[in-house]
Design a protein around this ligand. Structure first.
Ligand code: NAP
Length: 459
């Protein structure tokens, strides 16, 4: 069988070659995960918690090594990669606690001779599929609650970034999890998707990735009515109202837009600024954006790394060209944007953006910040909501009435008010509409791995 070459997006050099897991071996791995589930489900919550804590300790102890893997295979700057490992581990720590808080309840019966008890039970074997842009965090969000709930899990990382998952699974085994309670496969998404959705032992599919792939998985999982969680694409609006603190809004835009070179599902995709402050905001933003240091993520001081591959570069250049053709003012020439070559793009601001531009309607996944002026807040909310996506949205205002209005009216699952980085292990992350369903993080994030069973006792 052919081998998978894992590439460094900063150099396009091969970092490592891996054997693909054959289809037969994927099936056998799921069978073993099912056998492991029969044991793991009986392990008490305190022991499950203790193993998660041990795993978290090991992840902390290996933070530099894991961060380096993330930078090598995914491209993000090393400091950001370390931040990702800490963030990924915060899910392990949170669900180590939540393992002990899977509570049932009693329900008053309608006759004196009955009692009704409700319990929570692990759903079974979980098939997890994750993207390349957060190779540690997107998988611990699934592994940790699944194991905490008493499920076993087979993980399929993106082919671009499997090394981080492999290392995390090795550390989980070192922490004492049974070998088949948590495992990985090296496979294309198509092969893994088919194997997971067709195998009867898989009772839950958990997926983070693009909306089109999510739709395929939902359809395929429907044949055997599998429980599914879908964390899909976004098109985040970032609204800056006339009473906002402009400097704080600029800082937050940089944090939200240019993290991982603009390749996150909650990146500010479309920036709407009130007409009274748009010139001031855009000028300040441009100065900061042009000051960002672009380069190999392993180099000290790099703030924006490479995009994941040439296809990603082409998509971003297409959005810039389209915006130019529709009257957008791009803050750097195309020659300057591409002057570093390879998968590197210098970040730009597109002022005078219009709603019909591709950059306002397609998930960008790159370092471009389009700024469009608005005069009426209701109109801004309307266009912010006028999309099939509903993952993250941001707004800046110092007026509490405006803030509460935006919170109530924006159709998004994750909202940052004067906050460019709203994600946290202790909060429920997930989308509305075609951005998916189910939540990861918070007390909600363990629910998708649990079934509710009730017992009616006649005395
Ligand atoms: P993608 O193309 O959908 O790939 C994600 C994963 O799905 C990869 O492991 C991929 O496998 C697999 N896959 C591809 N085709 C499949 C199929 N037919 N059946 C089953 N699995 C399949 O997305 P991406 O480009 O890696 O990641 C970017 C997308 O993820 C963006 O849309 C972003 O918004 C979204 N995302 C969402 C969240 C969230 O929490 N909502 C977080 C991060 C990213 P391969 O290895 O073969 O490619």
């Amino acid at each position: 069988m052919s081998k998978l070459s894992v590439l460094n997006p900063a150099t396009n050099a091969v970092i490592k070659e891996l054997e693909y897991t054959s289809n037969e071996e994927i099936t056998a791995q799921i069978d073993r995960a099912y056998e492991a589930f029969q044991e793991w489900r009986t392990v008490d919550a305190h022991e499950r918690s203790a193993k998660l804590l041990k795993w978290a300790e090991l992840i902390d102890a290996h933070i530099d090594e894991i961060a380096e893997l993330i930078t090598l295979e995914g491209g993000k700057p090393l400091a950001e990669a370390k931040g990702e490992v800490a963030y990924a581990n915060s899910y392990v720590k949170w669900y180590a606690e939540e393992a002990k808080r899977i509570y049932g309840r009693t329900i008053p019966a309608n006759t004196p001779d009955k009692e009704i008890l409700v319990g929570k039970f692990p759903v079974g074997v979980v098939g997890a599929i994750t993207p390349w842009n957060f190779p540690a965090a997107m998988i611990t969000r699934k592994m940790a609650p699944a194991l905490a709930a008493g499920c076993t899990i087979v993980c399929k990382p993106a082919v671009q970034t499997p090394l981080t998952t492999i290392r995390l699974v090795e550390l989980a085994h070192e922490a004492g999890f049974p070998k088949d309670a948590i495992s990985f496969i090296i496979a294309s998404g198509r092969d893994a998707g088919e194997a997971f959705t067709s195998h009867e032992a898989i009772r839950k599919i958990t997926f983070t990735g693009s909306t089109p792939v999510g739709k395929t998985l939902i359809k395929d999982a429907a044949d055997s009515v599998k429980n599914a969680t879908m964390e899909l694409g976004g098109l985040a609006p970032f609204i800056i109202h006339k009473d906002a603190d402009i400097d704080a809004a600029v800082e937050a835009t940089i944090a939200s837009k240019f993290r991982n070179a603009g390749q996150t599902c909650i990146c500010a995709n479309r920036i709407y600024v009130h007409e009274d402050i748009v010139d001031q905001y855009t000028e300040k933003l441009m100065t900061k954006v042009h000051g960002l240091k672009v380069g190999n993520g392993m180099d000290e001081g790099t703030e924006v790394g490479p995009l994941i591959n040439q296809g990603a570069v082409d998509k971003v250049l297409d959005q810039i060209t389209d915006a130019m053709g529709k009257g957008g003012h791009v803050s750097r020439s195309l020659d300057e944007v591409t002057e570093l070559g390879g998968n590197f793009l210098k970040p730009v601001v597109i002022s005078n953006a219009k709603q019909d531009m591709k950059v306002m309607n397609e998930e960008t996944f790159g370092p471009i910040a389009p700024v469009m002026a608005y005069s009426d807040l209701d109109e801004a909310i309307k266009i912010a909501n006028d999309t099939p996506f509903g993952l993250a949205a941001y707004f800046y205002t110092n007026d509490y009435r405006t803030g509460l209005k935006l919170y109530n009216e924006l159709e998004y699952g994750v909202i940052g008010w004067n906050d460019g980085g709203p994600s946290a292990a202790h909060a429920p992350f997930g989308g509305f509409k075609e951005s998916g369903y189910g939540r990861e993080g918070g007390t909600e994030g363990i629910e998708p791995y649990l079934e509710t069973k009730y017992l009616s006792i006649k005395k």
